[in-house]
Design a protein around this ligand. Structure first.
Ligand SMILES: Nc1ncnc2c1ncn2[C@@H]1O[C@H](COP(=O)(O)OP(=O)(O)O)[C@@H](O)[C@H]1O
Ligand SMILES: [Mg+2]
Length: 402
Protein backbone atom coordinates (compact mmCIF):
# COMPACT_ATOMS: atom_id res chain seq x y z
CA UNK A 1 0.00 0.00 0.00
CA UNK A 2 1.19 3.50 -0.67
CA UNK A 3 0.14 7.08 -0.21
CA UNK A 4 -0.47 8.86 -3.50
CA UNK A 5 -1.71 12.22 -2.27
CA UNK A 6 -1.82 14.06 1.01
CA UNK A 7 -3.87 17.18 1.64
CA UNK A 8 -3.85 19.16 4.84
CA UNK A 9 -6.10 21.98 5.97
CA UNK A 10 -5.15 23.93 9.08
CA UNK A 11 -2.97 21.09 10.30
CA UNK A 12 0.04 22.30 12.33
CA UNK A 13 1.94 24.92 10.30
CA UNK A 14 -0.08 24.35 7.11
CA UNK A 15 -3.14 26.44 6.23
CA UNK A 16 -3.27 24.24 3.12
CA UNK A 17 -0.99 21.64 1.66
CA UNK A 18 -1.50 19.42 -1.36
CA UNK A 19 1.27 16.94 -2.14
CA UNK A 20 1.56 14.00 -4.48
CA UNK A 21 3.52 10.93 -3.55
CA UNK A 22 4.56 7.81 -5.37
CA UNK A 23 5.75 4.34 -4.44
CA UNK A 24 9.42 3.85 -3.59
CA UNK A 25 11.38 6.41 -1.65
CA UNK A 26 10.46 10.04 -1.15
CA UNK A 27 12.63 12.47 0.78
CA UNK A 28 11.20 15.59 2.38
CA UNK A 29 14.14 17.96 2.54
CA UNK A 30 14.30 21.27 4.37
CA UNK A 31 15.84 23.10 7.29
CA UNK A 32 14.84 22.57 10.87
CA UNK A 33 11.44 23.89 11.74
CA UNK A 34 10.09 24.26 8.18
CA UNK A 35 7.38 21.63 8.67
CA UNK A 36 8.75 18.25 7.54
CA UNK A 37 7.72 16.33 10.62
CA UNK A 38 4.30 17.98 10.50
CA UNK A 39 3.73 16.23 7.16
CA UNK A 40 4.73 12.75 8.31
CA UNK A 41 2.87 13.25 11.57
CA UNK A 42 -0.32 13.72 9.54
CA UNK A 43 0.34 10.54 7.58
CA UNK A 44 1.03 8.56 10.75
CA UNK A 45 -2.26 9.79 12.18
CA UNK A 46 -4.22 7.70 9.65
CA UNK A 47 -2.71 4.52 11.08
CA UNK A 48 -2.84 5.17 14.81
CA UNK A 49 -5.35 8.03 15.18
CA UNK A 50 -2.82 9.76 17.33
CA UNK A 51 0.32 11.80 16.96
CA UNK A 52 3.72 10.42 17.81
CA UNK A 53 4.62 13.78 19.33
CA UNK A 54 1.67 14.94 21.41
CA UNK A 55 -0.89 13.15 23.53
CA UNK A 56 -3.86 15.33 22.61
CA UNK A 57 -5.09 16.64 19.29
CA UNK A 58 -5.26 20.31 20.30
CA UNK A 59 -1.72 21.13 19.18
CA UNK A 60 -2.33 19.54 15.78
CA UNK A 61 -4.69 22.33 14.79
CA UNK A 62 -3.03 25.31 13.25
CA UNK A 63 -2.87 28.08 15.82
CA UNK A 64 -6.19 29.90 15.77
CA UNK A 65 -8.01 27.31 13.63
CA UNK A 66 -11.23 25.61 14.80
CA UNK A 67 -10.78 22.40 12.87
CA UNK A 68 -8.09 20.52 11.02
CA UNK A 69 -8.49 18.15 8.08
CA UNK A 70 -6.14 15.42 6.89
CA UNK A 71 -6.99 13.84 3.56
CA UNK A 72 -5.11 10.99 2.01
CA UNK A 73 -5.39 8.98 -1.15
CA UNK A 74 -3.90 5.53 -1.04
CA UNK A 75 -3.28 2.81 -3.59
CA UNK A 76 -3.30 -0.90 -2.85
CA UNK A 77 -2.81 -3.05 -5.95
CA UNK A 78 -5.46 -1.61 -8.27
CA UNK A 79 -7.68 -0.43 -5.44
CA UNK A 80 -7.92 3.19 -4.41
CA UNK A 81 -8.79 4.38 -0.94
CA UNK A 82 -9.64 7.92 0.02
CA UNK A 83 -9.67 8.94 3.67
CA UNK A 84 -10.55 12.19 5.34
CA UNK A 85 -10.14 12.87 9.02
CA UNK A 86 -11.73 15.81 10.76
CA UNK A 87 -10.18 16.99 14.02
CA UNK A 88 -12.31 19.30 16.13
CA UNK A 89 -11.30 19.73 19.76
CA UNK A 90 -14.04 18.89 22.21
CA UNK A 91 -15.85 16.76 19.64
CA UNK A 92 -15.13 13.19 18.71
CA UNK A 93 -13.11 13.01 15.52
CA UNK A 94 -14.86 11.89 12.39
CA UNK A 95 -13.76 10.18 9.21
CA UNK A 96 -15.02 9.93 5.68
CA UNK A 97 -14.03 6.77 3.87
CA UNK A 98 -14.17 6.97 0.08
CA UNK A 99 -16.22 10.18 0.38
CA UNK A 100 -19.12 8.41 2.08
CA UNK A 101 -21.03 9.89 5.01
CA UNK A 102 -18.98 10.68 8.10
CA UNK A 103 -18.36 7.86 10.54
CA UNK A 104 -16.44 7.64 13.81
CA UNK A 105 -12.73 8.09 13.23
CA UNK A 106 -12.12 4.69 14.80
CA UNK A 107 -13.54 3.04 11.65
CA UNK A 108 -10.32 4.00 9.90
CA UNK A 109 -8.13 1.84 12.14
CA UNK A 110 -6.63 -1.05 10.22
CA UNK A 111 -7.13 0.51 6.77
CA UNK A 112 -3.70 2.13 6.66
CA UNK A 113 -0.56 0.76 8.16
CA UNK A 114 2.49 2.82 8.89
CA UNK A 115 5.66 2.32 10.84
CA UNK A 116 7.15 5.59 11.97
CA UNK A 117 10.60 6.13 13.39
CA UNK A 118 11.39 9.50 14.93
CA UNK A 119 14.08 10.85 17.25
CA UNK A 120 11.57 10.63 20.12
CA UNK A 121 11.95 6.86 19.75
CA UNK A 122 15.17 6.94 21.73
CA UNK A 123 12.76 6.80 24.66
CA UNK A 124 11.88 3.27 23.55
CA UNK A 125 15.20 2.36 25.09
CA UNK A 126 15.75 5.09 27.65
CA UNK A 127 12.23 5.99 28.66
CA UNK A 128 9.51 4.63 30.90
CA UNK A 129 7.92 1.23 30.39
CA UNK A 130 4.79 3.00 29.10
CA UNK A 131 6.68 3.89 25.90
CA UNK A 132 7.53 0.24 25.27
CA UNK A 133 4.00 -0.92 26.06
CA UNK A 134 2.69 1.61 23.56
CA UNK A 135 5.11 0.28 20.94
CA UNK A 136 3.56 -3.18 21.22
CA UNK A 137 0.00 -1.87 21.48
CA UNK A 138 0.39 0.16 18.31
CA UNK A 139 1.47 -2.87 16.32
CA UNK A 140 -1.32 -4.96 17.86
CA UNK A 141 -3.91 -2.33 16.99
CA UNK A 142 -2.74 -2.24 13.39
CA UNK A 143 -2.85 -6.04 13.21
CA UNK A 144 -6.46 -6.30 14.37
CA UNK A 145 -8.78 -3.58 15.59
CA UNK A 146 -10.09 -6.13 18.14
CA UNK A 147 -6.75 -5.78 19.93
CA UNK A 148 -7.31 -2.05 20.24
CA UNK A 149 -10.74 -2.75 21.70
CA UNK A 150 -9.28 -5.09 24.35
CA UNK A 151 -6.70 -2.49 25.31
CA UNK A 152 -9.36 0.24 25.52
CA UNK A 153 -11.66 -1.97 27.63
CA UNK A 154 -8.78 -2.78 29.96
CA UNK A 155 -8.00 0.95 30.36
CA UNK A 156 -11.64 1.64 31.19
CA UNK A 157 -11.80 -1.10 33.83
CA UNK A 158 -8.48 0.03 35.26
CA UNK A 159 -9.72 3.62 35.59
CA UNK A 160 -12.82 2.52 37.43
CA UNK A 161 -10.90 0.15 39.66
CA UNK A 162 -8.46 2.95 40.48
CA UNK A 163 -11.35 5.28 41.26
CA UNK A 164 -12.70 2.70 43.71
CA UNK A 165 -9.32 2.24 45.38
CA UNK A 166 -8.93 5.98 45.65
CA UNK A 167 -12.32 6.43 47.22
CA UNK A 168 -11.60 3.57 49.67
CA UNK A 169 -8.39 5.30 50.61
CA UNK A 170 -10.17 8.63 50.92
CA UNK A 171 -12.84 7.22 53.21
CA UNK A 172 -10.16 5.90 55.51
CA UNK A 173 -11.47 2.36 55.75
CA UNK A 174 -12.00 -0.60 53.46
CA UNK A 175 -15.65 -1.59 53.84
CA UNK A 176 -17.47 -4.76 52.79
CA UNK A 177 -19.04 -2.68 50.04
CA UNK A 178 -15.62 -1.69 48.77
CA UNK A 179 -14.54 -5.32 48.86
CA UNK A 180 -17.54 -6.52 46.84
CA UNK A 181 -17.08 -3.84 44.20
CA UNK A 182 -13.36 -4.48 44.03
CA UNK A 183 -13.96 -8.18 43.48
CA UNK A 184 -16.29 -7.39 40.58
CA UNK A 185 -13.66 -5.17 38.99
CA UNK A 186 -11.03 -7.82 39.62
CA UNK A 187 -12.92 -10.31 37.46
CA UNK A 188 -12.88 -7.89 34.52
CA UNK A 189 -9.32 -6.82 35.16
CA UNK A 190 -8.22 -10.45 35.14
CA UNK A 191 -10.12 -11.43 31.99
CA UNK A 192 -9.05 -8.44 29.92
CA UNK A 193 -5.62 -8.29 31.54
CA UNK A 194 -4.80 -11.84 30.55
CA UNK A 195 -5.96 -11.27 26.98
CA UNK A 196 -3.78 -8.18 26.73
CA UNK A 197 -0.80 -9.85 28.41
CA UNK A 198 -1.05 -12.81 26.07
CA UNK A 199 -1.30 -10.66 22.94
CA UNK A 200 1.67 -8.51 23.93
CA UNK A 201 3.82 -11.42 25.09
CA UNK A 202 3.18 -13.31 21.84
CA UNK A 203 3.95 -10.23 19.80
CA UNK A 204 7.21 -9.55 21.66
CA UNK A 205 8.19 -13.17 21.07
CA UNK A 206 7.39 -12.86 17.35
CA UNK A 207 9.24 -9.56 17.07
CA UNK A 208 12.39 -10.74 18.88
CA UNK A 209 14.06 -12.45 15.90
CA UNK A 210 13.19 -9.47 13.66
CA UNK A 211 14.77 -7.12 16.20
CA UNK A 212 17.90 -9.28 16.31
CA UNK A 213 18.06 -9.37 12.52
CA UNK A 214 17.56 -5.63 12.06
CA UNK A 215 20.11 -4.80 14.72
CA UNK A 216 22.58 -7.16 13.12
CA UNK A 217 21.88 -5.51 9.77
CA UNK A 218 22.47 -2.00 11.12
CA UNK A 219 25.61 -2.74 13.11
CA UNK A 220 28.63 -4.96 12.76
CA UNK A 221 26.65 -7.64 14.56
CA UNK A 222 29.03 -8.03 17.46
CA UNK A 223 26.32 -7.72 20.11
CA UNK A 224 23.09 -9.65 19.71
CA UNK A 225 19.86 -7.75 20.49
CA UNK A 226 16.83 -9.34 22.08
CA UNK A 227 13.48 -8.33 23.54
CA UNK A 228 11.44 -10.09 26.22
CA UNK A 229 8.01 -9.20 27.58
CA UNK A 230 7.97 -8.87 31.35
CA UNK A 231 4.61 -9.43 32.95
CA UNK A 232 3.80 -7.98 36.33
CA UNK A 233 1.33 -10.83 36.84
CA UNK A 234 4.38 -13.05 37.18
CA UNK A 235 6.40 -10.24 38.73
CA UNK A 236 8.85 -10.98 41.44
CA UNK A 237 8.75 -9.42 44.89
CA UNK A 238 12.05 -7.93 43.88
CA UNK A 239 10.37 -5.80 41.23
CA UNK A 240 7.60 -4.99 43.65
CA UNK A 241 9.88 -3.60 46.31
CA UNK A 242 12.41 -1.95 44.09
CA UNK A 243 10.10 -0.07 41.86
CA UNK A 244 6.65 0.27 43.27
CA UNK A 245 5.52 -2.95 41.63
CA UNK A 246 6.83 -1.79 38.30
CA UNK A 247 8.08 -4.76 36.30
CA UNK A 248 10.77 -2.66 34.66
CA UNK A 249 13.00 -3.20 37.68
CA UNK A 250 13.06 -6.93 37.11
CA UNK A 251 16.39 -8.36 36.04
CA UNK A 252 17.14 -8.82 32.33
CA UNK A 253 16.69 -12.57 32.54
CA UNK A 254 13.09 -12.51 33.69
CA UNK A 255 12.28 -15.58 35.74
CA UNK A 256 9.25 -16.53 33.67
CA UNK A 257 7.80 -15.63 30.29
CA UNK A 258 4.04 -15.10 30.22
CA UNK A 259 3.69 -17.01 26.98
CA UNK A 260 4.92 -20.21 28.64
CA UNK A 261 1.80 -20.22 30.82
CA UNK A 262 -1.75 -21.22 29.95
CA UNK A 263 -4.59 -18.75 30.51
CA UNK A 264 -5.64 -20.80 33.54
CA UNK A 265 -2.15 -20.58 35.02
CA UNK A 266 -1.98 -16.86 34.36
CA UNK A 267 -5.35 -16.45 36.03
CA UNK A 268 -4.13 -18.25 39.16
CA UNK A 269 -0.99 -16.11 39.22
CA UNK A 270 -2.95 -12.89 38.65
CA UNK A 271 -5.36 -13.67 41.51
CA UNK A 272 -2.50 -14.49 43.80
CA UNK A 273 -0.71 -11.24 43.00
CA UNK A 274 -3.90 -9.22 43.49
CA UNK A 275 -4.31 -10.76 46.94
CA UNK A 276 -0.70 -10.05 47.77
CA UNK A 277 -0.89 -6.38 46.84
CA UNK A 278 -4.42 -5.60 47.96
CA UNK A 279 -3.33 -3.92 51.19
CA UNK A 280 -0.83 -1.79 49.32
CA UNK A 281 -3.35 -0.94 46.62
CA UNK A 282 -5.88 0.35 49.14
CA UNK A 283 -3.14 2.21 50.96
CA UNK A 284 -2.02 3.96 47.76
CA UNK A 285 -5.33 4.12 45.94
CA UNK A 286 -3.93 2.65 42.74
CA UNK A 287 -3.81 -0.67 40.86
CA UNK A 288 -0.38 -2.22 41.19
CA UNK A 289 -0.57 -5.41 39.10
CA UNK A 290 -1.61 -6.00 35.52
CA UNK A 291 -0.45 -5.26 31.99
CA UNK A 292 -0.46 -1.51 32.74
CA UNK A 293 2.61 -2.21 34.92
CA UNK A 294 4.41 -4.42 32.42
CA UNK A 295 7.57 -3.76 30.50
CA UNK A 296 9.57 -5.01 27.57
CA UNK A 297 13.16 -5.83 28.42
CA UNK A 298 15.43 -4.72 25.59
CA UNK A 299 18.70 -6.51 25.91
CA UNK A 300 22.04 -6.11 24.23
CA UNK A 301 24.38 -9.06 24.60
CA UNK A 302 22.22 -10.27 27.47
CA UNK A 303 22.25 -6.99 29.44
CA UNK A 304 19.36 -4.55 29.82
CA UNK A 305 20.15 -1.77 27.34
CA UNK A 306 18.50 0.92 29.45
CA UNK A 307 21.23 2.85 31.22
CA UNK A 308 23.92 0.74 29.61
CA UNK A 309 23.87 1.07 25.81
CA UNK A 310 25.93 3.83 24.19
CA UNK A 311 24.23 6.62 22.24
CA UNK A 312 24.92 4.88 18.93
CA UNK A 313 23.69 1.55 20.24
CA UNK A 314 20.57 3.16 21.68
CA UNK A 315 19.85 4.77 18.35
CA UNK A 316 20.36 1.53 16.40
CA UNK A 317 18.25 -0.42 18.89
CA UNK A 318 15.36 2.01 18.69
CA UNK A 319 15.50 1.91 14.89
CA UNK A 320 15.68 -1.90 15.01
CA UNK A 321 12.47 -2.04 17.04
CA UNK A 322 10.66 -0.05 14.36
CA UNK A 323 12.19 -2.01 11.48
CA UNK A 324 11.21 -5.21 13.28
CA UNK A 325 7.60 -4.01 13.48
CA UNK A 326 7.73 -3.30 9.75
CA UNK A 327 9.14 -6.73 8.88
CA UNK A 328 6.64 -8.45 11.14
CA UNK A 329 3.72 -6.62 9.57
CA UNK A 330 5.10 -7.36 6.11
CA UNK A 331 5.41 -11.04 6.94
CA UNK A 332 1.78 -11.39 8.02
CA UNK A 333 0.63 -11.64 4.46
CA UNK A 334 3.29 -10.76 1.94
CA UNK A 335 0.88 -10.64 -0.99
CA UNK A 336 -2.12 -8.77 0.36
CA UNK A 337 -0.63 -5.40 -0.49
CA UNK A 338 -0.92 -4.19 3.09
CA UNK A 339 2.79 -3.68 3.57
CA UNK A 340 3.08 -0.67 5.89
CA UNK A 341 4.39 2.68 4.74
CA UNK A 342 7.74 3.26 6.39
CA UNK A 343 8.34 6.76 7.73
CA UNK A 344 11.83 7.71 8.84
CA UNK A 345 11.92 11.13 10.45
CA UNK A 346 15.28 12.75 10.94
CA UNK A 347 17.14 9.49 11.19
CA UNK A 348 19.86 10.02 8.58
CA UNK A 349 21.84 12.80 10.20
CA UNK A 350 22.38 10.60 13.24
CA UNK A 351 23.84 7.71 11.30
CA UNK A 352 27.37 7.51 9.99
CA UNK A 353 27.98 6.62 6.38
CA UNK A 354 28.28 2.90 7.08
CA UNK A 355 25.03 2.67 9.02
CA UNK A 356 23.25 4.80 6.42
CA UNK A 357 24.29 2.33 3.74
CA UNK A 358 23.18 -0.57 5.88
CA UNK A 359 19.82 1.09 6.51
CA UNK A 360 19.42 1.72 2.78
CA UNK A 361 20.05 -1.95 2.10
CA UNK A 362 17.51 -2.98 4.72
CA UNK A 363 14.70 -0.81 3.37
CA UNK A 364 15.34 -0.97 -0.36
CA UNK A 365 12.43 -3.29 -1.15
CA UNK A 366 9.83 -1.59 1.05
CA UNK A 367 6.88 -0.49 -1.08
CA UNK A 368 6.93 3.11 0.15
CA UNK A 369 9.44 4.91 2.31
CA UNK A 370 9.07 8.54 3.32
CA UNK A 371 12.12 10.05 4.85
CA UNK A 372 12.92 13.52 6.16
CA UNK A 373 16.31 15.17 6.09
CA UNK A 374 17.73 18.64 6.64
CA UNK A 375 19.96 18.55 3.59
CA UNK A 376 19.93 16.64 0.36
CA UNK A 377 23.40 15.27 0.92
CA UNK A 378 22.05 13.25 3.83
CA UNK A 379 19.75 11.26 1.53
CA UNK A 380 21.68 8.23 0.24
CA UNK A 381 21.88 8.13 -3.56
CA UNK A 382 21.15 4.42 -3.52
CA UNK A 383 17.65 5.07 -2.18
CA UNK A 384 16.75 6.66 -5.52
CA UNK A 385 14.50 9.00 -3.60
CA UNK A 386 12.19 11.54 -5.18
CA UNK A 387 12.99 14.85 -3.50
CA UNK A 388 10.35 17.17 -2.12
CA UNK A 389 11.70 20.48 -0.91
CA UNK A 390 9.95 21.84 2.14
CA UNK A 391 9.96 25.55 2.89
CA UNK A 392 7.80 27.21 5.57
CA UNK A 393 4.15 26.47 4.87
CA UNK A 394 4.92 24.93 1.50
CA UNK A 395 6.34 21.81 -0.09
CA UNK A 396 7.10 21.09 -3.71
CA UNK A 397 8.71 18.43 -5.82
CA UNK A 398 12.06 19.51 -7.12
CA UNK A 399 13.20 16.39 -8.82
CA UNK A 400 10.98 13.86 -10.47
CA UNK A 401 13.79 11.83 -11.92
CA UNK A 402 15.41 9.66 -9.29
N1 LIG B 1 -0.36 23.99 15.84
C1 LIG B 1 0.51 24.70 15.13
N2 LIG B 1 0.13 25.83 14.50
C2 LIG B 1 1.02 26.56 13.77
N3 LIG B 1 2.31 26.23 13.62
C3 LIG B 1 2.74 25.11 14.24
C4 LIG B 1 1.88 24.29 15.01
N4 LIG B 1 2.58 23.26 15.50
C5 LIG B 1 3.84 23.42 15.05
N5 LIG B 1 3.94 24.53 14.29
C6 LIG B 1 5.13 25.03 13.64
O1 LIG B 1 5.69 24.02 12.83
C7 LIG B 1 7.10 24.16 12.81
C8 LIG B 1 7.78 22.85 13.15
O2 LIG B 1 7.51 21.96 12.17
P1 LIG B 1 8.23 20.57 12.08
O3 LIG B 1 7.46 19.77 11.11
O4 LIG B 1 8.43 20.01 13.43
O5 LIG B 1 9.64 21.01 11.48
P2 LIG B 1 10.78 20.10 10.89
O6 LIG B 1 10.90 20.47 9.45
O7 LIG B 1 12.01 20.49 11.65
O8 LIG B 1 10.42 18.68 11.07
C9 LIG B 1 7.47 25.20 13.82
O9 LIG B 1 7.80 26.37 13.12
C10 LIG B 1 6.22 25.36 14.63
O10 LIG B 1 6.09 26.65 15.10
MG1 LIG C 1 11.34 17.30 12.28
Amino acid sequence: MHLSRLQLTDFRSYPRLDLEFGPGATALVGFNGVGKTNIVEALGYFATLSSHRVATDGQLLRTGADAAYIRGEFARHTQRLSLELELIPGKSNRARINRANPVRAREVLGLIKTVLFAPEDLSLIKGDPSVRRRYLDEVLAQETPANAATAADYERVLKQRNALLKSARGSGRFTEGHRATLEAWNEQLIGLGIALTRARAELAHTLAPFVAESYRGLTDGAKPADIVYISSILGSDFADEMNDGDASAAPASAPAAARDFSDEELEVAFRKRLEEVQGKEVERGISLVGPHRDDVAINLAGTRARGFASHGETWSLALSLRLAALEHMRSLDPRDGMSPILILDDVLAELDRKRRDKLTALIRDVEQVIITAAVREDVPEALGARIIEVTPGEAKVVDDEP
